[in-house]
Design a protein around this ligand. Structure first.
Ligand SMILES: Nc1ncnc2c1ncn2[C@@H]1O[C@H](COP(=O)(O)OP(=O)(O)O)[C@@H](O)[C@H]1O
Ligand SMILES: [Mg+2]
Length: 241
């Protein structure tokens, strides 16, 4: 489904993603881990179109999308959440989801009534129905993260990119988010790349883990294999796991 080929992304002197190749098959749920600054978010940005690579290619469903804009990729079935939630703060929870649905459909084949019903459905899925009229900026971080997931899912993606869904949450909230991700994966037949800095919950929620360090992939395997990998253990020395 996704074929990232030798991508490189530089920021001035820093090589944030350094010759990374990774293939993701349809239906996989892949955890992407690595210490702070490893290049995880940059890789997500290269796949979602927020950055373009200096070298390499991004192929999705057989199509070269390396130079396509995020909007185009969203239409093709790539949706994402952000490490720091990017909601429209002065719009309600409902409007944030509705706006995404309307943008994706470009006002075609969907009445406002139908779009609203869809938005409500996706809010409800994440337990946000009673919060529909609250401005996004007034939501606690937990509900912001749920709203981002709800908005991403409302785009009916094939590939969902999650950049730190559990950061800033308490253990019970993080547990609930991971349950919801597992549930939507099955219910909506999703392929998921899930970046997480805290590994405890991630490791038991995914089937494959890819570890990055200094912009390169240092391990790729089952959670058990990767958590025992010497290079991974060394990369995390001095970090809280
Ligand atoms: N927009 C940017 N401008 C300059 N440097 C950046 C930018 N985005 C990321 N970087 C740098 O690239 C490296 C990788 O960052 P990032 O992908 O955010 O890592 P991670 O998500 O794994 O913590 C870091 O050294 C970071 O400072
Ligand atoms: Mg990051």
């Amino acid at each position: 489904m996704l074929d990232v080929k030798n991508v490189k992304k530089r920021f001035g002197g820093i090589v944030a993603v350094d010759d990374v190749s990774i293939k993701i098959e349809k239906g996989e749920i892949v955890g992407l881990i690595g210490p702070n600054g490893a290049g995880k978010s940059t890789l997500i940005n290269l796949v979602s179109g927020f950055y373009y690579p200096n070298e390499g290619r991004v192929v999705f469903g057989g199509e070269d999308i390396t130079w396509k804009k995020p909007f185009y990729r969203a239409k093709k079935g790539i949706a994402r959440t952000f490490q720091n939630p990017r909601l429209v703060g002065n719009m309600t929870a409902l409007m944030n989801v509705l706006y995404a649905i309307i943008c994706k459909n470009g006002g075609e084949n969907l009445t406002l009534h139908e779009a609203s019903a869809e938005a409500i459905y996706y809010l409800d899925l994440f337990g946000l129905l009673k919060r529909r009229d609250v401005l996004a900026k007034d939501l606690p971080i937990y509900e912001m993260r749920l709203l981002e997931l709800s908005r991403a899912l409302a785009l009916k993606p094939k590939l969902l990119l999650i950049d730190e869904a559990m950061a800033g949450l308490n253990p019970a909230e993080a547990e609930n988010v991971s349950k919801l991700i597992t549930r939507i994966r099955e219910e909506f037949d999703l392929t998921i790349i899930w970046v997480e800095h805290v590994l405890r919950i991630l490791m038991r929620s995914v089937e494959r883990v890819v570890a990055m360090h200094y912009g390169k992939i240092i391990a790729d395997g089952t959670p058990q294999e990767v958590s025992r990998d010497q290079k991974v253990i060394e990369a995390y020395i001095g970090e809280e796991i």
